[in-house]
Unconditional design. Structure first.
Length: 260
């Protein structure tokens, strides 16, 4: 979250790295680092789902909806990841096994983090996303209107796999990723280690610039503020427009006007 959404331009490029670290443990820092090392677009969940066009974000809702239909799931995952050289954050890290089936040569990297600090950061995001008014407020924003649904789908998928969300989730997720990955393809690191582990298993030279360090909390705060400004401006324009025509606008009218 907080980064610019990368948009692939060369569909012949394929995933080289699956960043399987759980959300809120430096997934944006990892995405920026991989873009540098792999010289290509990386699908970072937060940036893509809150920064891409409506059709692309909706596609990820379809991915979740088809998670029990493996042939269709693989088809949609391939469509959602075509042209990317890497992927980090949710929803990609929900489908490590499936992505490895599509991209068997990809390397998989997990990231560790202190559980208490992760849980505090995680609760901040889910509490914001779970507020009911977002379903109404964001529906005027193409792309972003799917975000509340995607959060719900993510939580449903995670509960199916691991049970209710608790502070133990990091101790459940990383072992799952390791079990799902060929031993020679699995890598685990901490962001404090910087470039060295990534460059070692990718066989890349260590860049001269510092390893990217993105403050997740600040990125989320800034992103939420920008989303609210965008949504507020859109709602205001629609209300002014309809008031000028002597009518009030309801939720259904908002949806039709913005997305028809």
């Amino acid at each position: 979250m907080g980064g610019s959404a990368s948009i692939p331009t060369d569909p012949s490029r394929t995933l080289k790295v699956i960043g399987a670290g759980y959300p809120r443990i430096g997934t944006l820092s990892m995405a920026i680092a991989l873009e540098k090392l792999l010289d290509g677009p990386v699908m970072h969940g937060g940036s893509q789902l809150l920064g891409r066009e409506d059709a692309y974000v909706k596609l990820w809702t379809k991915v979740f909806e088809t998670r029990h239909d493996r042939p269709l799931l693989l088809k949609l995952l391939r469509e959602a990841t075509v042209g990317f050289v890497g992927i980090t954050d949710a929803p990609g890290n929900c489908f490590v096994e499936e992505l490895l089936e599509i991209y068997p040569d990809a390397e998989v990297v997990c990231v560790s983090r202190d559980r208490e600090r992760w849980w505090k950061s995680w609760e901040m995001v889910t509490n914001t996303a779970g507020q009911g008014f977002l379903n109404w407020f964001l529906m005027v924003c193409p792309g972003k209107r799917w975000y509340p649904k995607l959060v719900t789908q993510f939580l449903q998928q995670q509960e199916e796999k691991f049970g209710p969300m608790t502070i133990e989730r990091l101790d459940e997720h990383n072992p799952y990723v390791e079990r799902s990955t060929p031993v020679e393809k699995f890598h685990k690191m901490e962001l404090s280690e910087g470039w060295e582990p990534l460059c070692r298993f990718l066989e890349k030279s260590i860049p001269t610039e510092p390893f990217p360090r993105v403050n997740d909390a600040e990125a989320v705060d800034g992103l939420v503020w920008n989303i609210m400004k965008d949504a507020g401006a859109r709602v205001m324009v629609l209300f002014i427009y309809d008031a000028g025509n002597g009518s009030m606008v309801d939720q259904n009218t908002l949806t039709v006007k913005l997305h028809s």
